[in-house]
Design a protein around this ligand. Sequence first.
Ligand code: ADP
Length: 591
Amino acid sequence: MEERARSCLLRFRHRLEQDIKPSYLMDHMVSDGVLSVDEEERIRTQPNRKDQAVALLELLLKKDNRAYISFYNALVKEAYDDLASLLQDDLPQMLPDAHNKSSDGSVAYVQAVLSEGGVPQRPVVFVNRPELVNRVREKLYRLLKEPGWVTVFGMAGSGKSVLAAEAVRDHRLIEECFPGGIHWLSIGQLDKPDLLVKIQSLCFRLEQSLDSQSLHRPSNSLDEAKERLRFLMLRRYPRALLILDDIWDSTVLKAFDIHCRILLTTRNRSLADSVSGAKYEVEVESGLDENKGLEILAKYTELNRLPEEARSIVRECKGSPLVVSLIGALLKEKPNRWDYYLRQLQQKQFKRIRKSSSYDYDALDQAMAASIEVLPDEHRELYKDLTVLEKDIKVPAKVLSVLWDLEAEEVEDILEEFVNKSLLFVDNHNKPYQYYLHDLQLDFLVEQNRTQLESLHTKVVHQYQQHYRDGPPTSGDEECLYWIRFLTYHMAKANLSQELYSLMFSLDWVSIKAQIMGPAHLINDYVEYGPILDKENSEVRSQFQEFLSLNGHQLEQRPFPDVVQLALSEPRSSEVYRQALLQAQDRTSAG
Ligand code: ADP
């Protein structure tokens, strides 16, 4: 039974024991099939009504959600309206007839739960790995009774995320272990402000699903966000599962050390050492067995009989799901190139500078280079532009439409081509769709275009300036968020120091960014780009930074305060004050 339901029974146990007539209620529960005739008999043998009631509640507390629902229904039928209303708020969120549902209904139910929690769908070409899936499920069942951690670990591209999503695609598991739902969070490599934003948006998502009217202001600090999440998970989502995908850093994990149920995927097996509670782990083998590898190639190419090279390709990349899928997608486009792709894999001609013992980078390079090579020339150039994206950052098509100076529709077509060729991934849970590169693809691009990074970032900045000649976007949509968050990053990487000073030494920019993203990100910018800004003027840099630190709390408030007013309280010698004064004078003269 759900924690919530059980705790509700415990809270009102005394009241219930005082008032109910068990024999009437048990009739309904027996006919619902949640109480056996033997159990009913045993309760009836108790000497009086009160003792029977005590025994019934004792038994009920050991039973499942369906028993709670049946007991509630029995109260309603027997006109115990007051008592029923006590239990009503904590009725488990379960379809009452879920056990009898047709398999279609069951699939729809699972799909609904997973999409609500943002769990990714299966890849277009998918092969089952039942043994691994079962191993993960088995560990998840250990979280039935108590919170804890299940770590799914393995090398890049071994299929951890796909496996995690598959493991929870199971009606019984959801219903028995995680009736509070499954909530997916993509983490990746991130710093503290980004982590704060992630947790904030998770809390926001959870609160929205409750139709909660209370709109919280965003939390100021990581500790505060963690507390809010703890409260939500404990009170509103007991027995929900959080899936944290691609964790790199134990400090990130600590933010989720809130006594709840967590499945995490990572390349680093020992991450969960730093957190408390029950822990289980599943290792994902880096490669698929040969037949599964061949199955992927067969599904992509739609061939019943695969050519000889197929087996060699799978062996050459050691069955890496990522590489086999990349090559499969290529062969779908160019079915005559079996021999060519095999040779490319074997020759490992683009040796990488960076070597890592645990990842099969060479094989991957081959596959990646090959994927890019088949693009038409002009699209290859556009793909190269993606080198400037930050790891794990998703962008909407509109950002690329500015970068490439192309119509939205054209951009969509190009992105679709990249996605189909497994060169890019799409997150289609929300509109607008967001696009992102696999870590390894990005590594590869950066490596390939190492000498051109500056000019690629410069292109981003110039395209932005061209498009937003009249001032930064303020709509708050995904595109606007991207620019407000990353413009400074691109400027810094492009070595466009002049542009960076004028942006960051401007009260207008500060005001816009604080309003859209909160002050934490801004302060982080001044710290991160401090060394560059200080070359121009370290005093002005520290004046802006101090202004933000002092007014951080105010800048969190909604409605958003008047920044010019705040800035007028700065010392007169401060650049922040000087700009505020000019604006105040402009306002007065404009009436
Ligand atoms: P990881 O999380 O270990 O880095 P992913 O789960 O993201 O790896 O998988 C990388 C890619 O490998 C996927 O995008 C998909 O193309 C392919 N892949 C992984 N697992 C499977 C599978 N079971 N069936 C088909 N393709 C898979």
